[in-house]
Design a protein around this ligand. Structure first.
Ligand code: NAP
Length: 313
């Protein structure tokens, strides 16, 4: 019997998502071993820690993979350095600050023979695969996405999210688009968009999009960061076989009068990410689906802009 050594992984950026999700999912997956952390101002007990990634890569030849949990605006340089140092790379979503830089990384990874995994955590929600299977071969007649949450709850004090390249409300909205593009049996594109920018910020606090299927049917999306109380992450699609409803960010799915999935919102998405990363590393395959980010870029390109009240944390 061959015993495979776990992959030594360095986690870069010890912020909210690294601590809430990446570290527990790495600890729970026997294919990985937390080999190092890279942080400007934090460390973990008994784990080698470094202030910069290049320093970590030079000092730790047994780090075979790097998980980048930093904001998108600083991700490209780190991903390039890791790929050029011969390491496999996992990118948090959105995979970069621009579409073209992620395409460039994809090319770099191919040329270097490394694995690049652009993750979309919401695609690992329990209802997504059953919804995709149920929709296969069906006609889409229209739909609605409602993705409304409280920015103060999910992004407390995060300045980068309000700065250019931080995406604003598209930071959660892109999760809805990652699910939509994973489940639809046809392609969609942004037909029109309206973006609301707080007077004191560079990124939108709300956005409404009309997406069109290749057959011309409309899917209306409503992204809003001003929702207090219960949070809403829903996708409803009308089909020739009746409606499909995803709730809880994709954790629950029902269609054709049957429950397809029933899980807690956000449960196990990151366990799914690390299971998939282990598979990709073993198979020496990359996975880079740019469509969710392309739709966001198109919304910025086509969107009509309005100004709304200044936002303070
Ligand atoms: P965060 O709490 O602000 O953490 C990001 C970390 O990146 C910081 O704590 C910092 O860690 C490091 N960093 C390096 N350069 C930085 C810079 N120039 N500005 C700010 N931080 C810098 O953000 P997060 O919520 O973890 O989000 C990180 C990524 O995960 C984003 O792409 C986000 O979309 C994604 N994500 C977030 C959530 C969520 O619920 N918050 C959910 C899913 C995905 P050090 O101080 O350790 O260097």
């Amino acid at each position: 019997m061959t015993v495979t050594e776990p992959i030594g992984i360095a986690v870069v950026g010890l912020g909210k998502i690294a601590r809430d999700q990446h570290l527990p999912s790495i600890a729970a997956n026997a294919s990985f071993r937390l080999a190092a952390t890279v942080s400007r101002n934090a460390s973990l007990p008994d784990v080698p820690s470094f202030a910069g990634l290049e320093e970590a890569l030079a000092a730790m030849p047994d780090v075979g993979a790097v998980a980048l949990c930093v904001p998108p605006q600083v991700r490209f340089g780190m991903a390039r350095a890791a790929l050029e140092a011969g390491r496999d790379v996992l990118l948090e979503k959105p995979p970069g600050a621009s579409v073209a830089e992620v395409m460039a990384l994809d090319r770099l990874a191919r040329d270097a023979g490394r694995v690049l995994y652009a993750t979309w955590h919401s695609r690992h929600a329990a209802g997504v695969a059953p919804a995709r299977d149920w929709l296969a071969g069906r006609r889409i007649l229209g739909g609605r996405i409602t993705w409304r949450e409280d920015v103060r709850r999910w992004h407390p004090g995060q300045d980068w999210i309000w700065q250019a390249g931080g995406l604003g409300v598209f930071d959660p909205g892109i999760n809805a688009l990652s699910v939509l593009t994973a489940i639809l049996p046809v392609e969609v594109f942004v037909g029109a968009a309206e973006l609301e920018f707080p007077a004191n910020r560079d990124t939108p606090i709300a956005a409404r999009l009309t997406l069109r299927t290749t057959e011309g049917q409309a899917i209306e999306a409503d992204f809003d960061w001003r929702q207090t109380g219960p949070q809403t992450w829903e996708i409803e699609l009308e089909t020739d076989a009746g409606p499909l409803l995803l709730t809880g960010g994709g954790a629950q799915a029902q269609a054709g009068g049957a429950v397809l999935a029933q899980a807690e919102a956000l449960a196990s998405e990151y366990d799914g990410i690390y299971a998939e990363f282990a598979r990709l590393v073993a198979a020496r395959e990359s996975a880079v689906d740019l469509r969710p980010q392309l739709h966001v870029a198109d919304a910025f390109m086509l969107g009509r802009r309005t100004q709304t009240d200044a936002f303070e944390d």
